[in-house]
Design a binder for this molecule. Structure first.
Ligand SMILES: [Zn+2]
Ligand SMILES: [Zn+2]
Length: 438
């Protein structure tokens, strides 16, 4: 079904492209266009490096990215023609920056993330994501201004991607609806090859406690109700359940507490878990089976279970093929290489992102770009590791981020200028929705 949708959208692009000869040329080969984007981005190199480096060297946790918020909004306020709103819809570290073209037209949005990880700093490289968003938005506006194009470019500051789901809050507040976006562009660093396709899991998170009863562990253990045993039972039940799970079902977690004294029957234990699956439907059914394991721990031990699902589940990322093809066209024109799309678009999923929730409603891509250490080597660890944090601060990684942003600006200009492209992109999303659980 997904393949049918892909073929359908390819046909749509061909049909719409053939309606206008100059648009066909732009779709097929656009080197003059990419040069204009590239020259402009190179001219703002020092400012973009300052943004990337400053955020990298001042890591801040989700919804507390005050320095990054101030840096980015101050910078955008200083740009000619941009209208900036800080703390958008009272989400303290979110923002919008809007550039209006010469009239009504497609609304292109870029998302910049800038939160870091506890104890690991920018080990997910969100300083580079922030930089890609700013660079892509500015470059798009530059071309719009130069060619007097109708439409709009919006840069959103999207806080707290790591676990807290800042974009889900923004979505639920109606921000993306109210700004009437047509597409949503973002990119993410990686230690793997450059690719327009980011493939992620749907995910939800939960916290739980078991409540038992203390007793002397030797003198009167029969009077106790062991909360630690409940957690051990649940943990083992989940371990056994893995054998009967789908290849794309995941669950992982930590035990936060299991008691306080070795000679007292524990009255309280607590844990936090994250559940992931191929899509939202699978996540629901897989989660239901996991939750029974927690129930089992309570039933077997006589403890009381208090389980709380955290807010802001993430949906699997849905990449738009037409946008992906456009980005690959620009990225290869800039000297980059991308994998064979037919395989790349069905590769294994990994991790999760709140951009997935946006991608279900608006056409989106999140290309992944490989980053490097200063000596050109690939970091020995991927995202969420110390070596990745080091690489996220290198000039070489920054250069790749700019190249990625040039590609996204190319995508934006395609959507703004190629007749019928936006309709085809939206039709692809609708047909993907019809063929999946959405
Ligand atoms: Zn991360
Ligand atoms: Zn990340």
């Amino acid at each position: 079904m997904a393949k049918c949708a892909y073929l359908l959208t390819c046909c749509l692009v061909l049909l719409t492209s053939s309606a206008n000869a100059s648009d066909v040329r732009r779709q097929d080969n656009d080197t003059s266009h990419v040069d204009a984007i590239s020259d402009y981005v190179d001219s703002i190199y020092d400012d973009m490096w300052n943004i990337s480096k400053t955020i990298h060297d001042n890591p801040e946790l989700g919804f507390k990215e005050f320095k990054a918020h101030n840096l980015l909004t101050s910078f955008m306020e200083a740009q000619d023609g941009w209208n900036v709103t800080r703390s958008l819809y009272n989400i303290s570290t979110s923002f919008s920056a809007v550039f209006e073209g010469s009239g009504d037209g497609p609304v292109i949005s870029f998302n910049s993330e800038y939160d870091a990880l506890p104890n690991l700093g920018h080990a997910c490289g969100h300083n580079l994501i922030a930089t890609v968003g700013v660079t892509g938005a500015l470059a798009t506006a530059k071309i719009m201004k130069g060619q007097n194009l109708p439409g709009k470019v919006i840069l959103f500051g999207t806080p707290a991607e790591e676990s807290l789901g800042g974009k889900v809050d923004m979505l639920e507040a109606g921000i993306f609806d109210d700004y009437e976006i047509d597409i949503s562009l973002i990119a993410h660093p990686s230690n793997g090859p450059d690719t327009p396709y980011m493939r992620t899991f749907s995910t939800s998170r939960l916290d739980l406690e078991y409540y038992g009863k203390t007793a002397h562990a030797s003198a009167a253990p029969y009077e106790g109700i062991n909360a630690q045993d409940a957690l051990v039972l649940a943990y083992n039940a989940i371990g056994l359940l893995r054998q009967q799970s789908q290849r794309t079902d995941q669950v992982h977690g930590i035990i936060n507490s299991g008691g306080t004294s070795i000679n007292v029957i524990p009255e309280l234990s607590s844990a936090s878990f994250q559940i992931r699956a191929k899509d939202d439907t699978d996540l629901d059914s897989w989660s239901a089976r996991i939750l029974k394991c927690f129930d089992a721990g309570a039933v077997a031990t006589g403890t009381e279970l208090n389980l709380t699902m955290r807010d802001n589940s993430y949906s699997a990322m849905l990449s738009n093929d037409i946008l992906a093809t456009s980005w690959s066209k620009y990225f290869t024109a800039l000297g980059g290489r991308v994998p064979e799309p037919s395989l790349d678009r069905i590769k294994d999923q990994g991790g999760s992102t709140d951009q997935g929730n946006i991608s279900k409603k608006w056409p989106s891509i999140q290309p992944q770009f490989q980053i490097y250490n200063e000596n050109g080597s690939v970091p020995t660890g991927g995202p969420h590791t110390a070596p990745f944090e080091v690489a996220a601060g290198s000039k070489k990684s920054f250069d790749k981020a700019l190249m990625t942003a040039k590609g996204l600006a190319g995508v934006a200009v395609d959507v703004l200028t190629v007749e019928g492209m936006l309709d085809a992109i939206k039709a692809e999303l609708e047909s993907s929705a019809a063929s999946s659980d959405m």
